[in-house]
Structures are given as structure tokens and as C-alpha cells.
Design a protein around this ligand. Structure first.
Ligand code: S3P
Length: 186
């Protein structure tokens, strides 16, 4: 007799640029023997264009449409770690899709830490400004209520990848056993 295939929900990582979604997501997937997918990669693969080119040529609203399409695709998967772009939380429909079959973790970091991690990088169109730290501070403030829609918040400033991953694994295991479970201090 065939054993039923155990379907694990997805682990979804949201959070501001530079909070470590990609690095944490890849490590998490390999430790939990889950597959890894990134909505930004889906967008670039499907459109055969770089995100910076999409922003430059078609503008942010066009990018957000492609992002929602990528979210719809990723949300159909099972047993995946899904990493998302920092602005995915801005559309309620994206969050509804991602939560349907996933536990949503928001990685957080202070503005100064984010600036230290990504301030020198050039591939994020929204941070190409003369004062990236102020931009990060104002975007973080604007987006805070959207990130708060995640199921769980995971602090990354001052913590190692090992600590962050152990934390997510513990919460994921508990929450999949009991979806109503909440961290006492969350
Ligand atoms: C964005 C974050 C980026 C990418 C795009 C827009 C945002 O992804 O989706 O540049 O609005 O915060 P990362 O968070 O992976 O850098």
C-alpha cells in the first residue's frame, strides 16, 4: 500500500531589503530538506529581464503586477521555502495567497543594520539615492504596518544565521502542529 505523501506547508519569508531573506531562506531549505524559490527570481526568469530594468523601463506599478503573478505561482507550491521581495507585503492579495498554504515569517533589522548590509549595493532600484539611510528609515516606517501582517516576526540584528534559523524552525514546527500557537513574547 502506498504511504500518503506528507504535505508540508511552505515557509514564507517577507521583510525589508537586506533583512537576509535569501541567505536565511537557502540555508533553511537545505536544513529542512525543502525546496527554495524566490519571487524575484521567478519574475526575472519569466520576463527574461532584470528587476532594475523592469523598474527603469516600465516603472514600479508594472513590477508590482509581475510580482503578484509570481506570488500566485509560488503559492501553489508545497514544501518550499519562499523568499519574497521586500515590497510584497504592500498588496493584501499577495499576503492572502502566501498565507493560504504557508506560515509567513517577517525578518526584521534596524535601519542602520540594513544600511550597513545593502547601502553599498547597486542592484536595488528603490535604494539608488544620495541618502540611502534616510530612504530606508522612511520606507521602514511606511511599511511597518504591512510587515506586521506576517504570522511571526524574527529579529535578525545582532543574531547569527544559526540563531535565526533555529528560531524559525522551532516556530514552524510548533505552528504546523497547532496553527493557533503563538510565541508568548511575540
Ligand atoms: C523591493 C525589494 C527587492 C525587489 C525590488 C523591490 C522592495 O527585493 O523586489 O527591488 O520594494 O522592497 P529584496 O527585498 O529581495 O531586495
Amino acid at each position: 500500500m502506498k504511504r500518503p505523501v506528507k504535505r508540508r506547508p511552505n515557509i514564507v519569508l517577507v521583510g525589508f531589503m537586506g533583512t537576509g531573506k535569501t541567505s536565511v531562506g537557502r540555508r533553511l531549505a537545505s536544513q529542512l530538506r525543502m525546496r527554495y524559490v524566490d519571487t524575484d527570481d521567478i519574475i526575472e526568469r519569466d520576463s527574461e529581464r532584470r528587476i532594475s530594468d523592469i523598474f527603469a523601463e516600465d516603472g514600479e506599478p508594472a513590477f508590482r503586477e509581475l510580482e503578484s503573478e509570481a506570488v500566485r505561482k509560488a503559492s501553489k507550491l508545497n514544501n518550499h521555502v519562499i523568499s519574497t521581495g521586500g515590497g510584497v507585503v504592500l498588496k493584501e492579495a499577495n499576503m492572502i495567497e502566501l498565507k493560504r498554504n504557508g506560515v509567513v515569517f517577517c525578518l526584521t533589522a534596524t535601519a542602520e543594520e540594513i544600511y550597513r548590509r545593502v547601502g553599498h549595493q547597486t542592484h536595488r532600484p528603490l535604494l539608488q539615492t544620495s541618502d540611502a539611510l534616510s530612504k530606508i528609515q522612511s520606507m521602514l516606517a511606511e511599511r511597518r504596518p504591512y510587515y506586521a501582517e506576517a504570522d511571526y516576526m524574527i529579529r535578525t540584528t545582532g543574531r547569527s544565521f544559526g540563531e535565526i534559523i533555529t528560531h524559525i524552525k522551532r516556530v514552524f514546527t510548533k505552528s504546523t502542529r497547532n496553527p493557533k500557537w503563538r510565541e508568548p513574547y511575540a
